[in-house]
Design a protein around this ligand. Sequence first.
Ligand SMILES: [Zn+2]
Length: 353
Amino acid sequence: MSYKYAKNLGKNSSARSSYGYGSGIDGITVHHWGSTGQKHQNVVDWLRGYTGNRGSSAHYVVSDGLVTQIVEDSRASWHGGSNKANGTTIGIEMRPEMSDGDWETLVELCVSIEEKHGSMKYYGHKDWKATACPGDYYDRLGELVDAVNEYKKTGKIPDVTKGGNSTAGAGGSSKKYKTVDYGTTLGLYDKGAPVEEWQKGALGYSDEDADGYFGPQTEGDTEDFQEAHGLVADSLVGEKTWAAFKDGDEAPEEPETAKKSGGDAPKFPLRSGHYFGPKSWGGHSHSGYYNHRSDMREWQQQMQDRGWSLDVDGLYGRETNKITKQFQAEKGLKADGLIGPKTWAAAWTEPVT
Ligand SMILES: [Zn+2]
């Protein structure tokens, strides 16, 4: 390897297992650090979380001939904007200028990561969430896969071809999405109206997030949906999985509660016996992290409209837990902090006091 390696660990990291995908590593997510002209060391300092930034990180910061590791591979860095990305991939922040030297160092680093952890899938940040990141690197992910494989075989980096024309695929973004119709089994790299409906209806994506592209994030959320509904968790939306979503849509959810309250709360969005609660509980607890995020957001919005001070982010966290308990106590409900049908409806039907 012809780059200089430094380790300079930061504080923005957490256990991989805390994202719900075990502790294995199976991919690399390429980022760029946005605006050109920034110094490598300043980016390192920022992402390490010691210069005011407490919110993001990466495993490596990379520029021509220089690799700084700020989070151990075995831990999760906060780079992906998605649980699966954070839990299962290694984040590399690249110099956006993308000189040949920047590129070669990236290839070499990826080779060394594959030597340690086995073959990787390659993603750009925008495979996980709506972002411009990783800029120009995105179109070259297929080329990256090829370059890493060739380096492993020959010990040499292939000539830089800018843009590449690879269709080789250890996965990642060289794949092309193909449009599918209703009635076909939906899976990774499908796109179109049924995917969008699936994302909105079954996975609870907001209009903005439901882009109709079945990418890795949708794949992970589909797996969660299947687990929650007792289906084979193969991330494919076939007849049974689609039917589980449609049933859920039409199943009457606790009509008794709704009638007695006399109000007009929106229908409780979860199946009977399920509730909004901590992410770590799994099973019947929905946190908004994996699905039903827009529903969680709807309830939070209603609570905010009632005067409670909380972030309307669609995620059940400590703040939502605390406010739910206070609200329940105030309304004479069991103050367990979990949002079931009664607590859900109370946000609309109980008088504001
Ligand atoms: Zn990024």
